[in-house]
Design a protein around this ligand. Structure first.
Ligand code: SF4
Length: 287
């Protein structure tokens, strides 16, 4: 762990990353890609200790309230957040200033901040997004080794539902020849239905690979799935977008489920919902 003196904290789209790097160890992690200019070891997490002060100043300058997001490049609920509490301090600022908030995480540590999420949600809007990739708990421990497993994330989604916090699930990435099975997707969809999520995000059924994350992913395939790296190389070469051969079938499963349960589906509608300060009842009536 090392400190970073950040110059600014909010992106033009009002996203922030309070940490740099991640210790959750997902084997498919896109944030390892070289294009992000990560020169340090990915697991040596950089802590933007001045993040809350920068956020306070940035929100003070805003003329109107908006949603503030976190979690695009690293999980805001890393184990070090337990002691550093940067995410929590930012939530306190967002709550006090009446802004909305959404985060994406795989960690049950988000429940620690339920009080603030509820208060933000009562004044404006708070949404928690969770990634679910595999219904198989053993496989989950291989794909996402250092964070709450899928079943625990499902329990967290239900806790949030009970507390009145809307949730969205990222059903991605789906890795060809690994978790691209209909039973897997059906299991995850059942969890989504039971937990009453508002929407599901997919970007086609598959994953992305590029310099940096490809090498790491292939090392992990060699470690856990001998022979599969060669199958990937034969099937996809050096493509960036790695689509599942079962993509159409699985995409239909997800689409039908969302239609049947009246859930927002796909990047467009879900991102519109996440960006909007309107409450979810108004938003859902549009669909
Ligand atoms: S939680 Fe996100 S940033 Fe962290 S390793 Fe997993 S995919 Fe990468």
């Amino acid at each position: 762990m090392h400190d970073i003196e950040a110059k600014s904290i909010l992106s033009p789209k009002n996203g922030m990353n309070l940490y740099r790097g991640c210790t959750h160890g997902c084997i498919y992690c896109d944030s390892r890609s070289e294009c992000y200019g990560m020169t340090e070891t990915f697991e040596d997490v950089g802590v933007k200790r001045n993040g809350p002060e920068l956020l306070e100043a940035a929100l003070k300058r805003k003329r109107s309230r908006c949603m503030i997001g976190t979690g695009a490049m690293t999980d805001p609920y890393l184990p070090i957040e337990k002691t550093e509490e940067l995410t929590r301090r930012c939530l306190e600022i967002i709550e006090r200033r009446g802004f909305g908030f959404s985060c994406i995480t795989k960690s049950d540590l988000v429940l620690r901040d339920l009080d603030l999420l509820q208060s933000i949600n009562s004044k404006a809007k708070a949404v928690v997004q969770m990634t679910l990739t595999t219904w198989d708990e053993e496989l989950c421990r291989i794909l996402e080794p250092n964070v709450a497993t899928t079943y625990r994330r499902f329990e967290v989604l239900k806790e949030l539902q009970k507390a009145g916090i809307p949730t969205v699930v990222w059903l991605t990435p789906i890795l060809p020849f690994i978790n691209d099975r209909p039973e897997n997707i059906k299991g995850l969809l059942e969890y989504c239905g039971e937990a009453g999520v508002k929407g599901i995000i997919t970007f086609g059924v598959g994953m992305t690979l590029r310099r940096g994350n490809r090498e790491y992913f292939y090392r992990k395939l060699d470690q856990h799935f001998p022979g599969l790296k060669q199958q990937y190389m034969r099937s996809f070469g050096s493509s960036y977008v790695i689509g599942s051969p079962k993509g159409k079938v699985l995409d239909k499963l997800i689409g039908d489920f969302c239609k049947q349960h009246k859930l927002l589906h796909g990047g467009g509608p879900v991102f519109a919902y996440l960006d909007s300060m309107e409450d979810d009842r108004q938003q859902l009536s549009l669909f």
